[in-house]
Design a protein around this ligand. Structure first.
Ligand code: ZN
Length: 189
């Protein structure tokens, strides 16, 4: 990543909006933003499948739910944040399961790119299907998109919910059970 180029670009934006880039508060801003962007876009060109190690747990072919994983991303249309929670449900095949931290890493790689919530949801489901080869996957993403809530309707806190289901979790009954478990107040994340 070309950090110097980002710094230059941020300085140009500040000049273009009529700011004095030499004043105290703004002097370090291009560098700070460049550092932030380095982190926010650290998933570009990384392969999320490499993060998904699996291991074998005998006789476990029942639903596994990883609930309330926090994520943040930047929308590719406005470069404004969207953030919230991801719930991942999968039904293992041949006892292949994975750890919670592995799922978190897959989301991090995919979220740290210019994204759209809908695509991010689908990509998480697809990566899981390809790398873990479970019988089914359901991904639910609840997020606040700042480009929606700060502009236009201006309803702060409004959530957009996206889902992606694959394999046996396309089945309505299984999906309903997964949703009931996610919504259960005793399991609240
Ligand atoms: Zn946007």
């Amino acid at each position: 990543m070309n950090k110097k180029k980002i710094e230059k670009a941020i300085k140009m934006i500040l000049e273009a909006v009529g700011e004095d880039t030499k004043r105290d508060g703004l002097k370090g801003t291009p560098k700070r933003v460049a550092e932030l962007y380095q982190e926010f876009f650290s998933g570009i060109k990384k392969d999320p499948k490499k993060e998904l190690k699996h291991y074998f747990f005998p006789n476990h072919d029942e639903m596994v739910i990883a609930k309330g994983i926090f994520f943040n991303s930047l929308c590719e249309h406005h470069l404004l944040p969207f953030f919230g929670k991801v719930h991942i449900v999968y039904i293992p095949d041949n006892n292949r399961i994975t750890g919670f931290s592995r799922l978190v890493r897959v989301i991090e790689v995919l979220a740290h790119r210019p994204q759209l919530q809908e695509r991010l949801t689908s990509q998480v489901a697809d990566v899981l299907m390809e790398a873990l080869k479970p019988r089914g996957v359901l991904v639910i993403m609840e997020a606040e998109q700042l480009c929606l809530t700060l502009r236009g309707v201006k309803k702060l806190g409004a959530q957009t919910i996206t889902t992606a289901s694959r394999g046996t979790l396309k089945d309505d009954k299984k999906k309903a059970l997964a949703l009931a478990l996610i919504k259960d107040k005793y399991l609240s994340a």
